[in-house]
Write a protein that binds this ligand. Structure first.
Ligand SMILES: C[S@@+](CC[C@H](N)C(=O)[O-])C[C@H]1O[C@@H](n2cnc3c(N)ncnc32)[C@H](O)[C@@H]1O
Length: 225
């Protein structure tokens, strides 16, 4: 089984539980709202969410672009998309599409912003994907990434928080990815997230960054140069 197929099976099987966590984890609503605001989209704008999962960000993006704007959610796992479609059925201008976020069916320069939350850690070439997303929004557009990686804060809680994070990573990694990469999954995740956020910083004329949840969650928003 390929890593892509494995990820689809994994998220497909756990769609219901994932949806619950994606919407009910303490603090997650406020984080999603901040992520939507960081796209800086205005009413009437077009925003794309890559790897939208069960659609927990889509209502916040819809609120930002209003009834005149357009929200497109892209994901390659059908069962999570069914949940995203059901959750946004009341909005005519929210479209949920099955596609690969690394080859999105979107013309360069045709959207105002791209958001990707908890996705780049699953991509083989996260920096390359960020480059492509920067092309989609073009100069002056915004790309926003939210991801979890080990905390780098020099505080007493760093060790226990990172041990807990490591356990969560092991439990939530699709089995095919574990087989494919026998090396430390947490270190690989850290590396992918560092690469993606680093590339976004390089490509941006202006950057806004915040960290949350004891330094585990980081949000980087960039206005593309
Ligand atoms: C951890 S979930 C995050 C979902 C959502 N962004 C959120 O914040 O709740 C990762 C999602 O990314 C999707 N995904 C991973 N790689 C993808 C790719 N190359 N193309 C499209 N979707 C992808 C998975 O199907 C899954 O729904």
């Amino acid at each position: 089984m390929t890593a892509t197929r494995g990820a689809q099976d994994f998220y497909g099987r756990w769609a219901r539980l994932y949806d619950l966590l994606a919407r009910r984890t303490p603090g997650i609503r406020s984080l999603r709202k901040q992520a939507a605001l960081a796209t800086r989209v205005e009413p009437g704008a077009t925003v794309v969410e890559m790897g939208c999962g069960t659609g927990a960000n889509l209502p916040f993006l819809r609120a930002a672009v209003g009834p005149e704007g357009t929200v497109i959610g892209i994901d390659f796992t059908e069962p999570v998309l069914r949940r995203a479609r059901a959750a946004t059925a009341d909005y005519e201008n929210v479209h949920v599409v099955r596609a690969d976020a690394t080859r999105p069916p979107i013309a360069p320069g045709s959207v105002d912003a791209v958001l990707a939350t908890f996705v780049v850690g699953m991509l083989e070439d996260p920096a390359g994907a960020v480059d492509d997303w920067c092309q989609l929004v073009g100069s002056g557009g915004h790309v926003v990434l939210v991801n979890a990686a080990r905390s780098e804060r020099r505080r007493w809680y760093r060790r226990p928080v990172n041990a807990l994070f490591r356990a969560v990573v092991v439990l939530s990694t699709p089995p095919t990815m574990k087989l494919r990469y026998p090396t430390d999954q947490t270190a690989r995740l850290d590396e992918r997230i560092r690469a993606a956020h680093g590339r976004l910083r390089e490509r941006s004329a202006a950057v806004a960054e915040t960290t949350h949840t004891m330094g585990v969650v980081r949000l980087t928003g960039g206005r593309i140069a």
